[in-house]
Design a protein around this ligand. Structure first.
Ligand code: HEC
Ligand code: HEC
Ligand code: HEC
Length: 188
C-alpha cells in the first residue's frame, strides 16, 4: 500500500514536470516577447542605406527575401498549398506565411501598424522585433540593443535553418557559405 502511494506520487510528479517542460517549450515556440515589429521602412530610416553603414537596405531589397511575399502570391504557390492540403490562396495560409514573413506564425498583437507583411522576410524577421531597440541612442549601444530585443547569433546558420529546412515544400538544400555570401550585409 505504502509502495503504491509512493509510486503514485512519483508518477504524478513526473507528469507535472513533463507538463511544465512542454509548456516552457511551447512558450519559446511562440516567442512572444512583448516587443513589436515595426517593419522594414522604420528600420531603414536614414541609416541602414548609406555606403558607410553598409547599404543594408539595397542588399536586402535585391535579395530573394524581399520577394518572399510575392512568391506566395503566384499560381505555383497556390498549387503547392493545395497539394499540401491547404485552402489557397497561399497568402492566407498561416503555415505558408510563417516562413515567408517572420519565421513564425504572425500574431497581430505583435505588429505595429507600420509593419507590412507584403515586404516579405525583412530585417526584423532575422534581427527581432525593433520597437524598443530602434531608437538611435539604444541602437548605437550593442549591449543595450540586445537588452531591448535585438537578436544576435553566435552561429548565423542557426537562424537560417529556422526557415531553410525540409518543412519548406520546395526545399532545395541549404549551403551556408554560398547562401550567406548572397545576402551578407555587414558594416564595412
Ligand atoms: C535573412 C536574415 C537577415 C535579414 C533579412 C537581415 N539581416 Fe542584418 N544580419 C543578419 C545576420 C546573420 C548578420 C550578422 C550577424 C549579426 O551581426 O548578428 C547581420 C548583420 C547586420 C548588420 C551588421 C552588424 C555589424 O556590426 O556589422 C546590420 C547593421 C544589419 N544586419 C541590419 C539589417 C537591416 C537594416 C536589414 C533590413 C534592411 C537586415 N539587416 C536584414 C541577418 C539578416
Ligand atoms: C524567416 C524565414 C527565413 C530566414 C530566417 C532566412 N531565410 Fe533565406 N529565404 C527565405 C524564403 C521564404 C526564401 C525564398 C524567397 C523567394 O524565393 O521568394 C529565401 C531565400 C533565400 C535565398 C535565395 C535562394 C535562391 O534560391 O536563390 C538565399 C541566398 C537565402 N535565403 C539566404 C539566407 C541566409 C544566409 C539566411 C540566414 C542568415 C536566411 N536565408 C534566413 C526565408 C528565410
Ligand atoms: C519551413 C519554412 C517554409 C514553409 C513552411 C514554406 N516555405 Fe516556401 N520557401 C521557403 C524557402 C526557404 C524557400 C526558398 C527555396 C527553398 O530552399 O525551399 C521557399 C520558396 C518557395 C517558393 C519558390 C519556389 C522556388 O523554387 O524558388 C514557393 C512557390 C513557395 N516557397 C511556396 C510555399 C507555400 C505555398 C507554402 C505553404 C504550403 C510554403 N512555401 C511554406 C520556406 C518555407
Amino acid at each position: 500500500m505504502k509502495f503504491l502511494k509512493v509510486r503514485t506520487y512519483i508518477i504524478s510528479t513526473l507528469i507535472i514536470a513533463v507538463f511544465l517542460l512542454l509548456s516552457a517549450f511551447d512558450f519559446t515556440a511562440n516567442e512572444f516577447t512583448g516587443y513589436k515589429y515595426v517593419g522594414v521602412t522604420k528600420c531603414v530610416g536614414a541609416c541602414h542605406k548609406t555606403e558607410s553603414q553598409g547599404r543594408q537596405f539595397e542588399i536586402w531589397k535585391n535579395s530573394e527575401h524581399a520577394n518572399a511575399w510575392e512568391t506566395l502570391g503566384t499560381e505555383e504557390a497556390d498549387k503547392i498549398a493545395r497539394e499540401k492540403g491547404f485552402n489557397p490562396p497561399a497568402t492566407d495560409v498561416p503555415e505558408c506565411v510563417r516562413c515567408h514573413v517572420l519565421g513564425k506564425i504572425i500574431n497581430p498583437e505583435e505588429l505595429r501598424n507600420t509593419f507590412d507583411k507584403t515586404e516579405g522576410v525583412q530585417c526584423e524577421s532575422c534581427h527581432g522585433p525593433g520597437s524598443d531597440y530602434m531608437k538611435m541612442s539604444i541602437m548605437k549601444d550593442s549591449p543595450k540593443s540586445i537588452e531591448n530585443g535585438l537578436l544576435v547569433y553566435e552561429h548565423y546558420e542557426e537562424l537560417c535553418i529556422k526557415c531553410h529546412n525540409e518543412e519548406s515544400p520546395t526545399f532545395k538544400g541549404f549551403e551556408f557559405d554560398s547562401y550567406w555570401s548572397k545576402i551578407s550585409h555587414q558594416k564595412p
